[in-house]
Design a protein around this ligand. Structure first.
Ligand code: ADP
Ligand code: ADP
Length: 233
């Protein structure tokens, strides 16, 4: 069963001046539990594609069905709620709220969802433990390394129990040790909790871990490769 089904998706920037076809007639499906890398040269449309799937940007035309629901038909406020409840985001610059601690950053979305204080605390604590930060709960982002901040971001992305997590170049600002650690955590969450991850990357070590690699070029899918990945580290 596909959780994401995309039909003839187009995104044209600046349609009235100098049009840029960032995404050009893309049709593709993603299944529950996939661990997918989107790769391709800079400017090939990876970020635009992730932003469209995540409802952060509107397509020029085409359909994006998430669990059968066409998100391009949602009103602005419905889309905000849908995003919050069903999609986890990880960005290359971590995008944590600087005045909040690690735990508060993870609790924040759950509080917006109206969950009890106790549930927010328990889930944030357990998610941060699962990304190896059990002893950093009360630190603010500036007191954490880049790798630790990105692990907070992964915990935050999972807080709402999303259907899938979108990550745009999640390791772009990490050193090789932090990259390997983050990938291990994402893989473990993928295998243990069947969390669906779709991430864009330029990093060969990240690409090597993907079970599916989608190659973008000029806004189109050039290749879509599924493969067995050995679980040995
Ligand atoms: P990638 O993530 O693969 O680097 P992007 O999705 O960022 O690719 O960009 C795809 C194309 O769309 C590029 O030609 C880029 O310059 C253009 N583009 C991206 N965002 C905008 C925007 N906000 N306005 C105009 N053009 C854009
Ligand atoms: P990435 O490689 O991660 O896609 P980029 O450097 O291509 O990052 O883009 C960074 C930001 O600049 C994005 O938010 C994108 O939408 C915007 N952008 C990219 N190209 C253009 C463009 N030609 N005009 C306006 N904004 C753009």
């Amino acid at each position: 069963m596909s959780i994401i089904k995309i039909n003839q998706l187009n995104k044209i920037y600046n349609p009235d001046t100098i049009p840029v076809k960032a995404v050009n007639e893309v049709s593709i499906e993603f299944k529950q539990g996939e661990f997918t890398a989107i790769v391709g040269p800079s400017g090939s449309g990876k970020t635009t594609m992730l932003n469209l799937i995540g409802g952060l940007d509107n397509p020029t035309s085409g359909q994006i069905l998430i669990d059968g629901k066409d998100i391009s038909k949602l009103s602005a406020s419905e889309l905000i709620a849908f995003r919050r409840d069903h999609i986890g985001f990880v960005f290359q610059d971590y995008s944590l709220l600087p005045v909040l601690t690690a735990k508060e950053n993870v609790e924040f979305i759950m509080q917006l969802q109206g969950r009890s204080k106790k549930e927010c605390e328990e889930r944030a604590t357990s998610l941060l433990a699962s990304v190896g930060l059990a002893d950093q709960l009360h630190k603010r982002p500036t007191k954490l390394s880049g790798g630790q901040q990105q692990r907070v971001a992964v915990a935050r992305a999972l807080a709402s129990k999303p259907k899938f997590v979108l990550a745009d170049e999640p390791t772009a600002n990490l050193d090789s040790k932090s990259t390997a650690d983050l990938l291990d955590i994402m893989e473990r969450l993928n295998q243990g909790e069947h969390t669906t991850f779709i991430f864009s990357t330029h990093d060969q070590r990240v690409i090597d871990k993907a079970h599916r690699v989608i190659v973008f070029e000029d806004g189109q899918i050039k290749d879509d490769i599924r493969r067995e990945v050995s679980s040995e580290k």
